[in-house]
Design a protein around this ligand. Structure first.
Ligand code: GAR
Length: 190
């Protein structure tokens, strides 16, 4: 039976596009929907180009109703992937999709996670702390930011001369290389 993915993204959507590319032409996997809280997100244009339906939602709908959860259940979504999604997932959604929501974080959790730690803030903190390495963490999502069980990590060296932009570039290479294949593994339970 066909597996159905829903991707949540708040920004550019480069990871969402890599995941869509990875499964393009597959009979057994469908990217059913891309959801975003940000009407200006680059991911929306990417979704149009990829012919993937988009659902935009606002804060009251997300946190004060069960409409998003119900819609994902009605669409028989197997796995939710957070690909640069910056809002905390509501508890009711986490419960409804227990161990069926995965997130990517651009650092080696538990370091540099938590509220406000996203995108360039993460890379700035890594450089400011003089870390010798950074990387990516793919993990299940629970009701706290960046605290669910780790599924996969990969690291890259950080040179003393690296800027946050350099680190961001190296981390993005790891994200694009590993995220689609880890999503596939989780989706098929191996
Ligand atoms: C990615 O680097 C992802 O790890 C990060 O947002 C970026 C999205 O890039 N996520 C977080 O910081 C979550 N705390 P993209 O829009 O190009 O895929």
């Amino acid at each position: 039976m066909k597996k159905r993915l829903a991707l949540f993204a708040s920004g550019s959507g480069s990871n969402a596009e890599k995941i869509a590319d990875h499964f393009a032409g597959r009979e057994d996997v469908e990217i059913s929907l891309i959801l975003s809280n940000n009407p200006k997100a680059g991911v929306i244009e990417r979704a149009r180009r990829l012919h993937i339906p988009v659902l935009l939602f606002d804060r009251p709908t997300f946190y004060q109703t069960d409409r998003i959860t119900e819609m994902l259940q009605n669409q028989q979504i197997d796995l939710i992937v957070l690909a640069g999604f910056l809002w905390l997932m509501p508890a009711s959604l986490v419960r409804a999709f227990d161990r069926r929501i995965v997130n990517i974080h651009p650092a080696l959790l538990p370091k540099y996670g938590g509220k406000g730690m996203y995108g360039h803030f993460v890379h700035e903190a890594v450089v400011a702390a003089g870390e010798a390495e950074s990387g990516i963490t793919i993990h299940y999502v629970n009701e706290q930011y960046d605290e669910g069980a780790v599924i996969f990590q990969a690291s890259c060296p950080v040179q003393p001369t690296d800027t946050p932009e350099d680190v961001a570039r190296h981390v993005q290479v790891l994200e694009h290389r590993h995220f689609p294949e880890i999503v596939e593994k989780v989706l098929f339970g191996n």
